[in-house]
Design a protein around this ligand. Structure first.
Ligand code: HEC
Length: 121
């Protein structure tokens, strides 16, 4: 029994690291979906986000600041997404999204990996 407990403890950090992108995304799911068929949530659909234009969910009514970014041709790449999550309102003043930031750098990196790689879902 003791040996099993030790084994589980030894494995726990690995499991936690593999999970943290999905876990960090959990609160985002209140407003966002990664299933392209989902519509009508409070936030835009985030399927295929990386490579997509900023403000690129055609079915979503974005704020003026994201509509302008879309018109300027800005696209989401991993680097931009990571900077956005560090401070969304600094990148896009007037953003209609109530979360302030994902403060932990490791959480941000895991979240960007999770949103970049459909296979990791
Ligand atoms: C309370 C609802 C809500 C939560 C929670 C939320 N968002 Fe948002 N999100 C929005 C809204 C609304 C917009 C559109 C903002 C605008 O038009 O200014 C948005 C926009 C975005 C965009 C830009 C999408 C695009 O099409 O360009 C990204 C990326 C994003 N959110 C990621 C996240 C992540 C990651 C989380 C979790 C850490 C999160 N959001 C949590 C409501 C939310």
């Amino acid at each position: 029994m003791k040996l099993l407990a030790c084994l589980l403890l030894a494995l726990a950090p690995v499991a936690a690291a593999a999970e943290s992108g999905a876990k960090t995304f959990t609160p985002c799911r209140a407003c966002h979906s990664l299933d392209p068929a989902d519509q009508g949530l409070p936030g835009p659909n985030l399927s295929g986000l990386i490579g997509r234009k900023v403000g690129g969910d055609g079915a979503f009514d974005y704020s003026p600041v994201l509509r302008k970014a879309n018109g300027d041709g800005l696209r989401w790449d991993a680097e931009r997404l990571e900077r956005f999550l560090a401070d969304p309102a600094e990148m896009f003043p007037g953003l209609w999204m109530s979360i302030r930031s994902v403060e932990d750098a490791a959480d941000r990196a895991a979240l960007v990996r999770f949103l970049s790689d459909p296979a990791s879902r």
